[in-house]
Write a protein that binds this ligand. Structure first.
Ligand code: PXP
Length: 265
């Protein structure tokens, strides 16, 4: 077997919606022996097919991932655990106990269907800086989920975050025809972040259809993908969905595309 390319684009598989499916039936029976689908099995299947990390979002409303999932996955997965969280004291305390490998701070509001828009780092600079430092002191690498906005990237640098995750939702929604302006913003943002020494990840709304164009964005280290993999997995199985995505991602960094061995990890 050949050595994995250390500069290849990594894939974080977000399994929130595996939990969404389980909660649809078993939310009121958390200890049911027959609760399914099993998150650990979904994580293992993803890892066996190329996932570099497993991503989960412990929301304040606990609509999909539950506290016990965080600890169970922390114990049982073989790859890295990336926990997405809003910047609240309650979730911070759980994060410090569970000690995921990475934390991605995201904005959260109770009414939203999914994470809408990036974190406004500028508006909450002091609070975010404090949390970033607390997490880093606990040995956890921190990412901030932000829109492709140059001012927010400068703020991410000021608060000491070592990674950002560029919100690709607006790009994904505008594609296939109208994503050019968003694509250019993503490109400029990745270039600025890279020049500031910040690792660039990306996520939200990424599919097999919009990924080829997104791969024109340089300096990407990791993509976090959830909904499309789980949705496609209904038909193909999640392992196959992850494998196909990873195969498509393996073209990143080839001549004429972004990357060029730009990953910092
Ligand atoms: N990254 C972040 C920060 C998110 O909040 C989400 C959605 O949970 C994702 C990536 C994955 O987005 P999607 O489910 O659209 O692939």
């Amino acid at each position: 077997m050949s050595e994995p390319n250390p500069h290849s684009l990594k894939l974080g598989v977000n399994i929130d919606h595996v939990a969404t499916l389980r909660q649809a039936r078993y939310a009121l029976m958390p200890d049911a022996h027959n609760a399914e689908p099993c998150l650990v099995a979904a994580a293992h299947e993803s890892e066996a097919n190329g996932a570099d990390s497993i991503t989960i979002h412990l929301r304040q409303d606990r609509r999909h991932i539950q506290d016990r999932d965080v600890f169970e996955l922390r114990e049982k997965i073989h790859s890295k655990l990336n926990l997405e969280m809003g910047n609240t004291q309650e979730i911070l305390e759980i994060a410090l106990q569970a000690k995921p490998d990475f934390i991605c701070l995201v904005p959260e509001n109770r009414e939203e269907i999914t994470t809408e828009g990036g974190l406004d780092v500028i508006a909450s600079e002091a609070a975010i800086e404090k949390t970033v430092k607390t997490l880093q002191d606990a040995g956890i690498s921190v990412s901030l989920f932000i829109d492709p906005d140059l001012n927010q990237i400068q703020a991410a640098k000021r608060v000491g975050s070592e990674m950002i995750e560029l919100h690709t939702g607006a790009f994904a929604n505008a594609e296939p025809a109208g994503g050019e302006a968003q694509f250019l913003l993503l490109k400029q943002s990745a270039e600025l972040a890279r020049s500031l020494g910040i690792q660039v990840n990306a996520g939200h709304g990424i599919t097999m259809t919009n990924l080829p164009k997104l791969m024109g964005v340089p300096h990407l280290a990791e993509l976090n993908i959830g909904h499309h993999l789980v949705a496609r997995g209904v038909f193909t199985g999640i392992g196959r969905a992850v494998r196909d995505m990873k195969t498509l991602m393996s073209g990143y960094g080839h001549v004429g595309q972004g990357g060029e061995g730009s990953s910092m990890t």
